[in-house]
Design a protein around this ligand. Structure first.
Ligand code: PEP
Ligand code: MN
Length: 362
C-alpha cells in the first residue's frame, strides 16, 4: 500500500514537545467542578501539562451517564486559567466543535465511534476549516486502517495540519484479556503509511480493567510512539463512567516513573557495527524464505494440476488440519508461538488455494 503525504505541522508549541513522551491525562468524564479541579491539581503536581476530560460521552446504551454537557466547559476554562494546563475534549458533531472553540479548548479529539463514520468526520472537518486547533483522531472501533487514515485525510484537506492519531484498540464480539484488542500491527502500519504523523497510545481504553496499563504504555514506548493518553480520576471508585479503568493521579505518576523511554537512534559505533551485521543475517534469512515460498507455490500448482485431472476439490480439510497441527508442533519445539505459526500458515495455505484456483480455471 502506498504512503500518504499529509501536510503536517507540530501538534503543539515546542515547549510541550521537548519532553518525550507527550502525556495527556484526566478523567474519562468531567463530573463536577470539584472532581475536575481536584484531579487536575493532583495531575499538575505529577508534572502533567495536558488535561483530558469527556464533556459529551458516547455511551453504548441509553441511561448511562452521558456527560455533563457544556456546563463542564467552564470547569475546563478554570483548569486552564488557574493551573496553566492545556485542556482537551472529545467532539462528535458540529455543535461540540463550536462550543469547544468558544471556551478556548486547546486540543480536540475525535472518538472511535465517530472515526468509523465518514459523514460525521466530514461535518466536523468542515466546521474546523480556518481554525488552527490541534486534532487527535482515535482509531475507528473496527480494525480498518483505511477508515482511520480517511478521517485524518478529511481533516487535513480542511486545512487542519496539527494532527495526531490515538491508538485506543479495536472492539470484538465476546470477552478477551483486553477491553479493545490492541492489534499493534495497525498503528505500526499507520506509521509506515503516514510518515511524520504522531501516534499517541490510549492504554486505558485498550486495557479496560485488565491492569496492564503499564505493559501497554511500555510497549508503546518500545515501538517509538509519541505519547500516551491515560484516564485518571481523583477517586476512581466513584467515577460515573469507565470507573474500572481509571487510575488515581498517584498511581499514574508511579507508572510514568517506571516507564523506559527509548530513543529512535544511537551513534554508538559498536552498536551500529553489530546491528549492521545482524541485519545482514536477517536479509539473508528473508531471501531464503522468499525462495522457499516460491518453491512451495510451484509444488502447490503441480498438485493443482493433479487434482484437476482427477476432478478432485482444492480444499482437503483433513490434510489441511493435519498440516497445520504438524507445523505448529514442529515450531513449538523451536520457540515459535502457535499464534504466529497459525497466522503464517493460514496465509500460505490461502495463497496455495489461490494458485490452485488459477490452475483449475486455466
Ligand atoms: C474516551 O476517551 O473516554 C472515549 C470515549 O474513548 P473512545 O472513543 O476511545 O471509546
Ligand atoms: Mn473513557
Amino acid at each position: 500500500m502506498e504512503q500518504i503525504k499529509l501536510e503536517l505541522e507540530p501538534l503543539l508549541p515546542p515547549k510541550h514537545l521537548q519532553k518525550k513522551p507527550l502525556i495527556i491525562a484526566g478523567p474519562c468524564s468531567a463530573e463536577s467542578e470539584e472532581q475536575v479541579m481536584r484531579t487536575a491539581e493532583e495531575l499538575k503536581k505529577a508534572g502533567i501539562q495536558i488535561f483530558r476530560a469527556g464533556i459529551w460521552k458516547p455511551r453504548t446504551r441509553p441511561d448511562a451517564f452521558e456527560g455533563v454537557g457544556s456546563a463542564g466547559l467552564k470547569w475546563l476554562e478554570k483548569v486552564k486559567r488557574e493551573l496553566d494546563m492545556m485542556v482537551t475534549i472529545e467532539v462528535a458533531n458540529v455543535k461540540h466543535v463550536y462550543q469547544a472553540l468558544r471556551y478556548g479548548v486547546d486540543m480536540l479529539w475525535i472518538g472511535a465511534r465517530s472515526t468509523a463514520n465518514p459523514f460525521a468526520i466530514q461535518e466536523i472537518a468542515d466546521a474546523l476549516e480556518g481554525t488552527e486547533v490541534p486534532v487527535m483522531v482515535k482509531n475507528p472501533v473496527n480494525p480498518d486502517l483505511n477508515l482511520w487514515i480517511g478521517a485524518l485525510e478529511r481533516l487535513n484537506r480542511a486545512g487542519i495540519r496539527k494532527l495526531a492519531a490515538i491508538h485506543r484498540g479495536f472492539s470484538r464480539y465476546g470477552t478477551n484479556t483486553y477491553r479493545n484488542d490492541p492489534h499493534w500491527q495497525i498503528p505500526v502500519e499507520l506509521r509506515r503509511r503516514v510518515p511524520g504523523l504522531p501516534i499517541i497510545t490510549d492504554p486505558s481504553h485498550i486495557c479496560g480493567p485488565c491492569g496492564l496499563i503499564y505493559e501497554i504504555s511500555q510497549k508503546a514506548m518500545d515501538l517509538g510512539f509519541d505519547g500516551l493518553i491515560i484516564e485518571s480520576h481523583i477517586n476512581p471508585a466513584t467515577a460515573l463512567s469507565d470507573k474500572e479503568q481509571q487510575l488515581t493521579p498517584g498511581e499514574l505518576s508511579h507508572i510514568l516513573h517506571r516507564l523506559i523511554v527509548r530513543k529512535e537512534k544511537s551513534d554508538d559505533e559498536d552498536f551500529l557495527t553489530e546491528l549492521e551485521e545482524l541485519r545482514r543475517l536477517i536479509d539473508e534469512c528473508d531471501l531464503d524464505l522468499v525462495r522457499l515460498l516460491s518453491q512451495r507455490m510451484n509444488i502447490s500448482e503441480k498438485i493443482g494440476l493433479l487434482k484437476k485431472k482427477q476432478n478432485v476439490t482444492i480444499l482437503q480439510t483433513q490434510r489441511w488440519q493435519e498440516l497445520l497441527d504438524n507445523r505448529i508442533h514442529a515450531a513449538s519445539g523451536l520457540g515459535l508461538s502457535n499464534e504466529v505459526i497459525e497466522k503464517i500458515f493460514m496465509a500460505i495455505h490461502q495463497e496455495s488455494i489461490n494458485r490452485q484456483n488459477k490452475v483449475m480455471k486455466a
